[in-house]
Design a protein around this ligand. Sequence first.
Ligand code: AMP
Length: 365
Amino acid sequence: MADDTPVPLTPGSTIGILGGGQLGRMLATAAAELGFRIHVFVPDATSPASEVAAAHTRADYTDVEALKTFAAAVDVITYEFENVPAECAVLLAGLKPVRPGPLALDVAQDRVREKDFVRSLGIGTAPYAAAATADEARAAFKALGGKAAIVKTRRFGYDGKGQVRVTSADAAAEAVTQLATPCIVEGAIDFKGEISIVAARGIDGRIEAFDPVENHHKDGILHQTFAPSTISAGPGAEAWRIAGAILEALNYVGVIGVELFVMRDGSLLVNELAPRVHNSGHWTMDACNVSQFEQHIRAIAGWPLKPAVRFADCVMTNLIGPDVLNWKTYAAEPHAAIHLYGKRDARPGRKMGHVNRLYPLNGRP
Ligand code: AMP
């Protein structure tokens, strides 16, 4: 495609977003702050993002005519979830710039492909093997040491869904049979903690990263993010190096989230890549000179990235399901910022909002 999209994109231009969740909503409000219009493409009649967007195409991601009309109506396209069908991304990329490009989606949509890619850069991951059948699962479990493993679906897993922890070859075989889709078997890692780094790469190749943060999960869902990570001072530079290598190799434009395991010796393994803004970057909305959402919009619009500077410590707490019913309490806290996603039904396990609690720089209790 002849890419005649102006760089930098001028205010008043329209940014298309595939997906309508809270990440799209926060991208849309950040884009509006910079004077852009947002056009959301999402199959649902209402969604957190479409409620704050200038335009909404309600159609399926496989609706070729709707995709073409959408592409004609926008200047640049991005996405807020990684399970955009590959054909959809490829079709759109032939019509308008899609940032980050289809390569990042292709790598991040399949856990085996993702780990192959990370390892090809000389970066460590958990040991793993693909398993599509019960026999392959048994063999994989034994090859990985035969102690404990996690069986995960290769595609479409999120928030711990599509994952089973197993401690025998038979259980691994049973898990693959139950999941009924091609799987990956990963050796269970005895990590010291989990961190992530949210980083951005601009059209000019410049890379900016936020401080690595520490993540605590509850029932497989991110519960709290501690910024900065205090697991140890060591992994910061290494996390930065890893994120930079991944961004370069993907010729990436936009924000990426890289989830990492911190090993007992302080070394890092990549767990997962999120080719989009990431839940563990929500603290940047209140504790930094630029939020991950604005940084992403800057990147895809060809604007200069901001050097990411943290000016407070922060603990981000997700409001999951009925947690949100306590909104009055959070709203009354003097040093907390509450962000709600406008979802009506507080179903268990559903991300309804988050609270950023701020502390003096390097003064978190
Ligand atoms: P994921 O969906 O791959 O991010 O996994 C969700 C969570 O499961 C991670 O944040 C870890 O807490 C845990 N987990 C995933 N993979 C492994 C592994 N190979 N070893 C130990 N724990 C894991």
